[in-house]
Design a protein around this ligand. Structure first.
Ligand code: UD1
Ligand code: MG
Length: 440
């Protein structure tokens, strides 16, 4: 057979060349019955990003030439999430992992590179492990390299069977395993790197499993092993291969991912006072010497500057950019807003769709009323403004530099407070000079 489709531009670097000769197939067609959900399993979020999004990002980091997602159950939702990040191939009805791969045959018709196979419901896999697996297969000139790991209690996983000389001979699924095979602790992670042509040739020879009547990808391993070309490499971080089958698994994977995010932030110079009660999502950037106090949730994506103080009990949602030395204190929620350097938002405040300048003091209980029931509107607050406690900004509202609002002021829709002006009252209006005298 003549292989094509792996033409590489002469300008490409060696590294790029290497990864461009590899494609990835992400299996995501399973029904995910045990999740008991109307959302496809692979779209359940882990730290703010769907599981499939994590796997796609990991694969994207390698710069692979081709990415294919095999979907079946609730495919329209999977398709619309994947959008242009990968090709989507249909497997319907799902008849096993080998059957899933067979649906991609057309995509690989004249392709002679490697195919990385991953599961869309195992979001913790690292790019570095995938890279090692791809390189390992190449170095061994194997037709398949399997990522395996060692488990004390291997129940549920396919067992890696080796011969007396230690060579992989097959993978046996739990349901088909003998007592001796069940005792094997080295298990299949479900992540493999294949030679594309060898894979499809072997899959053609796989017969449906007698018990589940499915075409198992793992049965292709035995066929390839007979030619003596299967190798396995153990990961030293088994948790990266964890698959999600239930909501409990989802919580386990989320806990691990969350800790990874916090560990990275701490390594980068951020203080996390209490990791157990702090939740920070994917795509949150935080500058050095910022302190995150307990019970804080930062969903992200968000950018937080240096030397900020966040929480306790703060919630920062998507689209937030905080400058340096900003305080976002107790019971403060911020969403789709920017806040300038040294601004203090210390207590009981909601900032939504706001642009707050530098050196602003936002008094306790300030609210931006950004939503009129139909549309969201912006509140723009200039530098050095002093916002009195309990001020309500009925957006859209603009407050000029160094202006002041009195405690409890209601700044009505469309108001433009001029620089230096003081606004008081409900609804607030421009303060009249000598107001005190007139009242008296
Ligand atoms: C599979 C492996 C097992 C391995 C385990 C690792 C097989 C037969 N067994 O078992 O050796 O230890 O993963 O977690 O491969 N999928 C499809 N179409 C299908 C069936 C499944 O796309 O028809 C997808 C699922 O969405 C999932 C992945 O393939 O992302 C794995 O399927 P799953 O049913 O979870 O396989 P396991 O029984 O866990
Ligand atoms: Mg599974």
């Amino acid at each position: 057979m003549r292989c094509g489709g792996s033409h590489i531009s002469s300008r490409a670097t060696k590294q790029t060349k290497f990864f461009q000769q590899t494609a990835a197939v992400i299996l995501a067609a399973g029904a995910g019955t045990r999740m008991k959900s109307e959302l496809p399993k692979v779209l359940h979020p882990v730290c703010g990003v769907p599981m499939l999004g994590h796997v796609l990002s990991t694969v994207e980091a390698l710069g692979l030439r081709r990415k294919i997602v095999v979907a079946g159950h609730l495919i329209a939702q999977v398709h619309s999430y994947v959008d242009k990040r990968a090709e989507v191939v249909t497997q319907w009805p799902p008849r096993g992992t080998g059957h899933a791969l067979l649906q991609t045959r057309k995509q690989f018709r004249s392709y002679c590179g490697s195919v990385l196979v991953l599961c869309g419901d195992a979001p913790l896999i690292r790019s570095s492990s995938l890279e090692s697996l791809i390189r390992f297969r190449q170095a061994k000139a194997a037709s398949c390299a399997i990522l395996t790991f060692q488990l004390e209690h291997p129940t549920g996983y396919g067992r890696i069977v080796r011969d007396a000389r230690g060579r992989v001979t097959s993978i046996v699924e739990e349901l088909n395993a003998t007592a001796v095979e069940k005792a094997i602790r080295e298990v299949n992670s479900g992540v493999y790197c294949f030679d594309a042509q060898a894979l499809f040739k072997a899959l053609d020879r796989v017969k449906p499993d007698p018990i589940k009547k499915e075409i198992y990808l793992t049965d292709a391993i035995e066929i390839l092993a007979r030619e003596g070309r299967v190798e396995a490499i153990k990961t030293d971080r088994p948790e990266e291969t964890l698959g999600v089958n239930t909501r409990k698994d989802l919580a386990t994977v989320t806990r691990i991912k969350k800790q990874e995010i916090l560990d990275q932030l701490m390594a980068d110079g951020v203080t996390i006072v209490d990791a157990a009660t702090t939740f920070i999502g994917v795509g949150v950037k935080i500058g050095q010497d910022t302190v995150i106090h307990p019970n804080t949730v930062i969903d992200g994506p968000a950018v937080i500057g240096r030397k900020c103080s966040i929480g306790p009990f703060a919630r920062i949602r998507a689209g937030v950019k905080l400058g340096n030395e900003v305080t976002v204190g107790n019971f403060v929620e911020v969403v789709r807003s920017t806040v300038g350097d040294r601004t203090l938002v210390k207590h009981l405040t909601y900032l939504g769709d706001a642009e707050v300048g530098a050196d602003v003091n936002v008094g306790a209980g300030t609210i931006t009323a950004n939503f009129d029931g139909k549309n969201k509107h912006r509140t723009v607050i200039g530098n050095k403004v002093k916002v009195g406690s309990g001020t309500i900004f009925v957006a859209p509202v603009t407050v000029g530099q160094s202006a002041v609002t009195g405690a409890g002021a209601v700044i009505t829709r469309g108001t433009r407070v001029k620089p230096g002006q003081t606004f008081v009252g409900v609804p607030a209006k421009a303060a009249v000079k000598n107001l005190k005298k007139r009242v008296m």
